[in-house]
Design a protein around this ligand. Structure first.
Ligand SMILES: NC(=O)c1ccc[n+]([C@@H]2O[C@H](COP(=O)([O-])OP(=O)(O)OC[C@H]3O[C@@H](n4cnc5c(N)ncnc54)[C@H](O)[C@@H]3O)[C@@H](O)[C@H]2O)c1
Length: 378
């Protein structure tokens, strides 16, 4: 059994949304040991949290720069090997860049950066570093999403002609109508979130899911945003027409003010022979639709699933696995890559997904601001 990889974490403090998902996911397949962290910019809270989760306190640092400085002074056999970046968006770029420049592997939250320009700089740094970079588009880790990808690759749908991805949440409706509440949310502050809220936070997941499952690339887009208030600089709702080819078209619908919606990510891929439908809130059911046959339901853990899908299931069929397992699958793939072991294409989203995502986000803003015009992706 190989030794556990020494993991550092940036962000993900006690009050954070995503911290627990990464900490648990990192443990699920016994690949990582959390040895260093800066969970929050406040040192006392940082230490208190480290104490609460019972990790050694001697490598809980004041800030990110100190973490790099001190870790680099440790012998290589003790130093962190990989670091997860779970901070608000504007910190991903400087943190990931410095980590790569110092030879670390990186597991980074999405959106990868706050601009395409930064994404390209990171891409160059990654090429130079030659280390592993995994981007946590969490939903690609679900066994049934992986199954869709593999079946589409082997031609189960025939030629694809229509794609439809929706990602609806409602939580911004509870803060957007009150100036004070709105100002307290970093996702609605362009300095911390980047140029887009809705597309940057969730539209980009939908975009990534379409490219991940179909194997096709989005070539051009046209978007229409809703900001709800004139003084609000950030999109909180948007519809994006997409073209993935001359005869492959579709739509991404995303909203943070879809009242009452929770984490409503769903995708549908329609092909000449059949179609797939999948919903994040019921992730263990993948529907295969046909014009001539009854609908079939694929479920995880059965022998009929692909190698990539089965690799993401730990228990026999009928034991539901969810979002923690999905993230754990990404961590598992990244661990294989870090150890130089063989892994399947699709086990974790990469730097390229990050660059594509930033290209998409910027294009949607450009399209809307340019008067709802078609914009090509690079
Ligand atoms: N993959 C997914 O499905 C998914 C889901 C939710 C969030 N995210 C991404 O994760 C990131 C964090 O989101 P969140 O919802 O957890 O945010 P959050 O505001 O809940 O938590 C952010 C954490 O970062 C810490 N932090 C802030 N500045 C820091 C600094 N300088 N150094 C160290 N820690 C610092 C905060 O103290 C907090 O603990 C975002 O980029 C978001 O887009 C991804």
């Amino acid at each position: 059994m190989p030794k556990k990889l020494r993991l550092g974490i940036l962000g993900g403090g006690s009050e954070s949304l995503i911290g627990i998902l990464h900490r648990v996911a990192a443990q699920i397949n016994d690949n990582y040991e959390l040895v260093a962290a800066v969970f929050t910019p406040d040192f006392d809270s940082n230490m208190a949290f480290a104490q609460e989760i019972d990790m050694p306190l001697n490598r809980v640092y004041q800030d990110f720069d100190t973490l790099i400085e001190e870790e680099m002074q440790l012998p290589e056999s003790e130093r962190i090997e990989v670091c997860a970046v779970l901070t608000p968006n504007y910190l991903h770029f400087p943190m990931a860049l410095k980590l790569l420049e110092n030879g670390f592997h990186v597991i980074c939250e999405k959106p990868m950066t706050t601009s395409l320009e930064e994404a390209k700089v990171l891409q160059e740094a990654h090429k130079k570093a030659g280390t592993v970079f995994a981007l946590t588009h969490t939903y690609t880790g679900y066994p049934m999403v992986r199954q869709m990808r593999e079946m589409i690759k082997s031609g189960a749908l025939g030629k694809i002609h229509k794609v439809d991805a929706v990602y609806y949440q409602g939580w911004v409706n509870t803060v957007i109508h009150d100036q004070k509440k709105r100002a307290s949310v970093w996702r609605l502050d362009p300095k911390k979130a980047g140029i887009s809220s809705c597309m940057g936070d969730i539209g980009v997941h939908a975009f990534n899911m379409l490219e991940f499952t179909t194997g096709l690339k989005v070539k051009s887009i046209l978007s229409d945003f809703n900001y709800l208030y004139n003084g609000n600089p950030m999109d909180i709702d948007g519809t994006v027409l997409i073209r993935m080819g001359d005869h492959v078209k579709g739509v991404i619908r995303a909203s943070q003010v879809a009242t009452g919606e929770e984490n409503g990510l769903a995708i549908a891929i329609y092909g000449e022979k059949a179609a797939f439908k999948w919903e994040q809130e019921n992730p263990n059911f993948l529907y295969l639709l046909s014009d001539t046959q009854p609908t079939q339901i694929y479920k995880p853990g059965h022998g009929y699933n692909s190698v990539l899908s089965l690799d993401g299931t730990k228990l026999p069929a009928g034991h539901p696995e969810g979002i923690f397992d999905s993230m754990a699958n990404i961590y598992k793939g990244a661990a294989r890559a870090i150890r130089g072991q063989i892994y399947n294409d699709g086990e974790f989203p990469t730097m390229l997904d990050g660059v594509r995502g930033m290209n998409f986000i910027e294009a949607t803003v450009e399209s809307h601001k340019g008067g709802n015009v078609w914009v090509d992706l690079e």
